[in-house]
Design a binder for this molecule. Structure first.
Ligand SMILES: CN(C)c1cccc(CNc2ccc(C(N)=O)cn2)c1
Length: 247
């Protein structure tokens, strides 16, 4: 998979994509992240990339020309068609379902805004969809781009080794929150590890973990818990959790 990122700070993107799971995915040729700087496509001595907003008001707006030239260069760097996604607070909220869709694409381009954003005509002409990583404002789209890249990278086949891919089975797999996790020591002043996890009874362990995931989703994020989507076994486990919780 190839991801091209248009940003005034491409070094930020390159550095964040060089470490951890994303860096390893690149080393394994599962992913290619390329940064592009609109300033390299700005004409004139000052290499201007932003200007004052029409209609007045604070801040600056990123200009059309450098962005359009930079997007063209990024698009033409690879023969495959490339959707362009703009990271902005006005975008569609990023969900794991959306991450799975993005992770299945051969390539896409991420456009990172700075200042007050980009000229609306660029969005209309060049951007296929806007993505928001949450309802808050950052000083630039780069951190949001890094989030998208990380979430997509870990879904590439071969990116996670067995120890890490356990997480895929929980929230990412079925829309529930994760169950609690414990490791050595079994006894500690902070408390004991639940006995079931040390019982060796793998069916009971799987049931307990599922019940915990269902229960925690019910307690913390009932909006994620679509009763209809629950199997009969899930509904029974959740009912048992709620009985024990209310007891
Ligand atoms: C209107 N405005 C301030 C603005 C408009 C566009 C881009 C930016 C760059 N900052 C970002 C980008 C994304 C997110 C997110 N939530 O995904 C948060 N902040 C700011």
């Amino acid at each position: 998979m190839r991801i091209d990122v248009v940003s005034l700070f491409p070094e930020f993107i390159a550095q964040s994509a060089a470490v951890g799971v994303v860096g390893r995915a690149q080393q394994r040729d599962l992913l290619d992240v390329h940064g592009w700087n609109p300033r390299d496509y700005a004409q004139g001595g000052y290499r201007r990339v932003d200007d004052r907003p029409f209609g007045g008001g604070p801040g600056m707006v990123m200009m059309i020309e450098p962005l359009q030239a930079c997007l063209r260069a990024a698009r033409e760097a690879d023969a495959r068609p490339a959707p362009v996604f703009y990271l902005s607070p006005q975008g569609a909220p990023l969900t794991q379902t959306r991450v799975r869709q993005l992770a299945a694409m051969p390539r896409f381009i991420l456009l990172c805004g700075r200042y007050e954003g980009v000229d609306e005509r660029v969005l209309a002409a060049e951007v296929d969809a806007e993505i928001s990583i949450g309802d808050y404002v950052l000083s630039g789209g780069e951190l949001a781009a890094a989030v998208v890249i990380d979430a997509v990278a870990r879904l590439q086949d071969g990116a996670l080794n067995d120890a890490e891919s356990a997480v895929q089975d929980s929230f990412e797999g079925d829309g529930l929150l994760d169950c609690p996790h414990y490791t050595h020591p079994a006894s500690h002043p902070l408390g004991e590890v639940p006995a079931v996890l040390r019982s060796g009874d793998h069916a009971a362990i799987a049931r307990w973990r599922r019940m915990q995931a269902l229960g925690r989703t019910w307690l913390r994020r009932p909006d994620l818990l679509d009763e209809a989507a629950l199997s009969k076994a899930d509904a029974q486990l959740l009912a048992q959790f709620r009985r024990e919780h209310d007891a």
